[in-house]
Design a protein. Structure first.
Length: 241
């Protein structure tokens, strides 16, 4: 049976990527640094994940958190990381670049698509930071990207059903609109009905408990380890069948 839609898991570690495949996800966006929205994972993380999963793997290419306006050194870092992903056998990348006025930097995004070929390119939520999403949609289509990850310029996609529907209609068959951010099994059915998208994105993450037998109570800046909740991923995918 062909599913109504497919689910991409935003995985912040190899364990979550393996969970995503086991739960029936179609694709993994591999990221580091969940607290700041995801940055480029390491060579070792990408290599080991590629060896462990057989579903589509799209590492995020984002050299730092913050905006998507990059200087020449950062853009060359992006270039080198794209070459790394090709070398390691990734299926695609997730990336975004803006100009100082917030518009999509189409020249640089076209260059990224050329560097990435034959890998696919998802334009990430840099799209949500643009001043006019409908113009940005056309700009991204012109660069050759295959999809746009978007929350509909809201904090979460479930709050943006109407605008996501307009984006899906405007995109037609030219590019895939993939809603993401804030998606749960409890809201994805309604969102799918509202917007008509056929791909969705989410992390379904939960913080793990610290297994260490000793922890210094005076040192609290280690952060948390987040892992995909396999049962929640399965529930989301069941809603898309």
């Amino acid at each position: 049976m062909t599913p109504k839609a497919i689910f991409e898991v935003c995985a912040f570690n190899i364990q979550s990527a393996i969970i995503a495949e086991n739960a029936g996800a179609a694709r993994v966006e591999l990221c580091d640094n969940p607290v700041e929205g995801g940055t480029t994972p390491s060579y070792g993380a990408i290599k080991q994940t590629r060896e462990k999963i057989s579903i589509l793997l799209y590492p995020i290419i984002r050299p730092r958190s913050g905006n998507y306006l990059y200087d020449e050194d950062e853009f060359e870092i992006i270039h080198q990381d794209i070459l790394m992903c090709k070398e390691l056998g990734c299926d695609g990348i997730s990336v975004g670049v803006q100009k100082i006025d917030g518009e999509i930097d189409t020249d640089r995004l076209k260059q990224i698509v050329e560097w990435a070929h034959p890998m696919g390119v998802t334009c990430n939520r840099a799209f949500d930071a643009t001043p006019d999403p409908f113009r940005a949609l056309e700009d991204i289509i012109s660069t050759g990207c295959e999809r746009i990850l978007t929350s509909g310029q809201q904090s979460g996609a479930p709050e943006a059903g109407a605008i996501l529907s307009k984006l899906v209609q405007q995109a037609g068959d030219r590019i895939i609109i993939m809603p993401g951010a804030g998606i749960k099994s409890s809201n994805i059915t309604q969102l799918m009905q509202e917007c008509g998208a056929r791909e969705f994105h989410g992390s379904a993450r939960k913080a793990t408990t610290n297994p260490m037998q000793f922890a210094n109570p005076l040192v609290t800046d280690f952060g948390n380890v987040y892992i995909a909740d396999e049962e929640e991923v399965r529930r989301i995918i069941a809603c898309l069948q």
